[in-house]
Write a protein that binds this ligand. Structure first.
Ligand code: ZN
Ligand code: ZN
Length: 226
């Protein structure tokens, strides 16, 4: 069995691997005042970044997923079937290159709620989430109202194992590396990075680090102005 058998990816998003891979291979910026991304160590200029902590939404999501799974393992939520499903879906998205952001405008959301009469189109329970049926289009006929459970079912059903043949060799290697890094950071007893620390991240680390980094960034902005 290849290590790749465990890697699942959302078929709709397969193309993201190749696309995002190109973006990632940009050389790091050589700004002497740059701070490393907490997730990947790529340098980010102090006056930019994702509040000075992550180089991208993608890194922020990667670390958030690690904290979530570590938390579920610590407090036993991991034993719930629906949590396992949610983790599998998130993992699929993350390994496929991150969630593609496709916010639905308020007007379109209202149209979907009105058309589906506020009910999940699968089970008739009150609908709470809007599902993209195929691809990222926000066209009315691509959207349907679902309850949380049915949305999870739909998303799980769309996970397909990806084979080596689906990816170019360079992308394949990166996919293996990424999956291995994800598993390692989830499984080690002591968090390998500050941003993996489920217990302390929200309570201490996040605020302190954001504060330190933003004051460092402001100092640099002032220096540049003078
Ligand atoms: Zn990063
Ligand atoms: Zn439902």
């Amino acid at each position: 069995m290849s290590a790749f058998d465990g890697l699942k990816i959302v078929s709709d998003h397969k193309h993201l691997w190749q696309k995002k891979r190109k973006q990632r291979t940009k050389p790091p910026r050589r700004d002497p005042s740059a701070l490393p991304c907490l997730n990947c160590d790529r340098l980010l200029p102090r006056d930019r970044g994702h509040p000075y902590m992550f180089c991208s939404d993608r890194c922020s999501e990667f670390a958030r997923h690690i904290r979530y799974v570590r938390g579920c393992r610590l407090d036993g939520r991991i034993n719930q079937e629906r949590v396992q499903k949610a983790i599998a879906v998130e993992r699929g998205h993350i390994l496929a290159g991150g969630y593609s952001k496709r916010p639905i405008p308020k007007k379109r959301r209202d149209e979907v709620f009105a058309r589906d009469q506020g009910q999940c189109v699968r089970c008739g329970q009150p609908g709470t989430q809007i599902h993209h049926m195929r691809g990222p289009s926000n066209a009315l006929d691509n959207l349907q109202l679902l309850c949380q459970d049915c949305h999870l079912e739909e998303s799980s059903a769309r996970l397909v194992p990806i084979s080596d043949a689906d990816l170019a060799p360079a992308a394949r290697e990166a996919a293996y590396d990424r999956a291995a890094e994800l598993d390692e950071r989830i499984e080690v007893k002591k968090p390998l990075r500050q941003c993996d620390d489920y217990v302390n991240w929200d309570k201490k680390i996040r605020h302190r680090t954001a504060r330190e980094r933003s004051s460092a960034a402001l100092a640099v902005v002032h220096e540049k102005k003078e």
